[in-house]
Write a protein that binds this ligand. Structure first.
Ligand SMILES: Cc1cc2nc3c(=O)[nH]c(=O)nc-3n(C[C@H](O)[C@H](O)[C@H](O)COP(=O)(O)O)c2cc1C
Length: 192
């Protein structure tokens, strides 16, 4: 059985390295996981005044896509030692209306990356802080901080570095197991 994973990419730019890493994860996912990117670039900024009985369609579609998924995987760069604003907005949109958060009880995982040395550590942990509140269960180990990520990619944007390929393959196996382990609890949360 393949479980559906919503992949949220934190960068909006066309040539984003985070999208290339997300694509690598999609292409190399084990049999038990089917990864699909859920886009966040067209979500209007969260504004409670718009969250009426007829909220923006982009919000509704995003919330439904996240709700339908069996798990969620964030692949994000770091902006100013935190997550990019577009990602924070998507998290806020998915968390409302009050009492009907799309994130509830989902197994999750975080991959952060940077062209610098620290690999998005600040973004990774700000995101993990939000996930605690949102009742997302993020995979604890392996933590994935991909520093100097541009050096791991070839000219076609494929992950060429064997160390990074191996790290991500091990991560995906653990995530597959994590999603399976927490699926019953997630079903309960989704039904409530
Ligand atoms: C507004 C902004 C803030 C950034 N802040 C950080 C930062 O705090 N730490 C870091 O390592 N890189 C920082 N960067 C560099 C990004 O991590 C780098 O450009 C990365 O490639 C962006 O991800 P992407 O390729 O997926 O778009 C920043 C870039 C931008 C545009």
């Amino acid at each position: 059985m393949s479980r559906q994973i919503a992949v949220i990419v934190g960068s909006l730019r066309k040539d984003a390295l985070s999208r290339k890493i997300a694509q690598h994860l999609i292409d190399t996912a084990p049999k038990g996981l089917k990864l699909n990117i859920v886009e966040i670039g067209e979500l209007p900024l969260y504004n409670e005044d718009l969250d009426t009985k007829t909220p923006p369609k982009a919000w509704v579609d995003f919330r439904n896509a996240v709700k339908q998924a069996d798990g969620v995987l964030f692949v994000t760069p770091e902006y100013n030692r935190s997550v990019p604003g577009a990602l924070k907005n998507a998290i806020d949109v998915g968390s409302r209306p009050y009492g009907a958060s799309a994130w509830n009880g989902k197994p999750g995982a975080v991959v952060s990356l940077s062209q610098g040395a620290i690999g998005g550590f600040g973004a990774n942990h700000h995101l993990r802080q939000m996930l605690v509140f949102l009742d997302v269960l993020p995979l604890q180990q392996p933590e994935i901080y991909l520093g100097s990520i541009q050096k791991a990619l070839d000219e076609n944007g494929h992950v060429a570095d064997e160390g990074v390929r191996s790290l991500l393959a091990g991560f995906l196996k653990r995530f597959e197991h994590w999603v399976a382990t927490h699926s019953a609890a997630h079903e309960l949360a989704r039904a409530s």
